[in-house]
Design a protein around this ligand. Structure first.
Ligand SMILES: NC(=O)c1ccc[n+]([C@@H]2O[C@H](COP(=O)([O-])OP(=O)(O)OC[C@H]3O[C@@H](n4cnc5c(N)ncnc54)[C@H](O)[C@@H]3O)[C@@H](O)[C@H]2O)c1
Length: 378
């Protein structure tokens, strides 16, 4: 197998008819660096690019039951047409409930039974659940084999496929078992997003708003100006916001791969968001909970005179435009949210880190937010 599965040297991208809307971002991590390619129609290109660098068993596509029906079977055909006669697809029931160790073990056993060895390659075709499961499986199967991310939800394209966090849930909490394992490449085919529900699109948009808030007022302004195109997945606008989001995530991850400190800025809105999600028994979707969380930390930031009321209002208006909620529903008890915040796995020595906003595009991490400030904000 070639050392570079990132296909970084491949020049076909320039030759393709649709390459003018393809974008490339590199995640600079030394010898584990990889490229993220973004654009419509990329999935069609994957088999031929793979052919140039991979001649091991399979490859083995890991996906969920929905994506298998939507795209999975076609994708296997593309692989076989390109000469990968042994390409196989393994799937599990779609949904967060499948993100557990039992699914990983079941997939590992299936891999053994169909002949996957230490030289095999896994392809994660799907949303964040598939990416997290496949990445985790790849990182432990026969002590680690390579994998490529082929994200098919907006959330996976702007967030979960990049950065190398993998893992599964246990009854005690989400993502409590996992590894850091970087993919060899990411192919974000924005054409696959057209079958997503509006709710799934909004889930991803919430994370894009987050990137604007933490790092890039230009991205935030673009979202304000082109919100309609973003919601309707206009290809050029989609490619450019996915690219900018990946650039920001790549930059943060390359400076702090294992979340020693700086990477925490990616948790903007998530500390309260996760607590709200859990308090709702996961009936509130992740993106909506993060939107509520961003507004709540926005309020705390205004209360500390870090963020202007005008900037806070821009955040609220932008989320409204996207149909994302800004208020935590009355049924959610603030005391329970507070309790969940303190149970978060990121709490260190009893101190909760909060990412506050110092203006659109700027953050500060503090650990002295009081219970009263949180309760007032939620
Ligand atoms: N590893 C990370 O850094 C990271 C970051 C953020 C979130 N996550 C994880 O990501 C997961 C959430 O990801 P998600 O929102 O993509 O959820 P998901 O993977 O469950 O996908 C959402 C739904 O969309 C379906 N779907 C996928 N692609 C589709 C398509 N093109 N058309 C129609 N339907 C499609 C899926 O089958 C599923 O039903 C959570 O488990 C979360 O913990 C991980």
């Amino acid at each position: 197998m070639s050392e570079s599965l990132g296909f970084g040297q491949c020049s076909k991208i320039e030759k393709s008819d649709i390459s003018h809307v393809w974008e490339k971002v590199t995640v600079p991590l030394g010898e584990r660096s990889y490229d993220i390619l973004i654009g419509p129609g990329l999935l069609l290109e994957v088999p031929s690019r793979l052919k140039e660098v991979y001649d091991g068993p399979g490859p083995f596509v890991i996906t969920d039951s929905n994506v298998r029906d939507f795209i999975g079977e076609d994708f296997i055909r593309f692989l076989r047409d390109e000469g990968f006669k042994d390409a196989k697809i393994l799937s599990f029931e779609a949904g967060e409930r499948s993100k557990n160790i039992e699914t990983v073990i079941k997939l590992a056993r299936e891999l053994v039974n169909i002949g996957a060895d230490r030289t095999s390659l896994l392809l994660a075709l799907g949303g964040g659940v598939v990416g997290d499961i496949c990445g985790f499986l790849a990182s432990i199967y026969m002590r680690g084999i390579p994998f490529i991310q082929l994200p098919t939800t907006l959330l996976a394209q702007v967030d979960s496929s990049v950065g190398g966090k993998t893992g599964v849930d246990i009854p005690e909490g989400k993502n409590l078992i996992g590894t850091f394992a970087q993919p060899r490449a990411v192919y974000a085919d924005i054409g696959t997003l057209t079958s997503l529900s509006q709710a799934e699109i909004r889930n991803g948009i919430s994370e894009i708003v987050k990137y604007g808030m933490i790092k890039d007022e230009g991205l935030f302004t673009l979202l304000e100006e082109k919100w309609w195109d973003v919601l309707n997945l206009e290809p050029h606008v989609t490619a450019s916001v996915v690219k900018r989001s990946c650039e920001i995530k790549a930059e943060v991850v390359s400076k702090d791969e294992r979340e020693g400190g700086y990477r925490r800025i990616l948790n903007f809105g998530h500390t309260i968001g996760h607590a709200v999600e859990a308090a709702s028994n996961y009936t509130i979707p992740h993106g909506e909970a993060v939107a509520m969380g961003m507004v709540a930390v926005g309020k705390i930031s205004v209360g500390r005179s870090l963020l202007s009321k005008k900037a806070y209002q821009r955040l609220v208006e932008l989320l409204n435009r996207f149909g994302l909620p800004v208020d935590i529903p009355k049924e959610i008890r603030p005391e329970e949210v507070l309790l969940n915040i303190k149970k978060d796995k990121k709490v260190k020595r009893g101190k909760v880190n909060f990412v506050l906003s110092k203006g659109i595009g700027e953050t500060v991490i503090v650990d002295d937010v009081t219970d009263e400030e949180v309760l007032r904000a939620i």
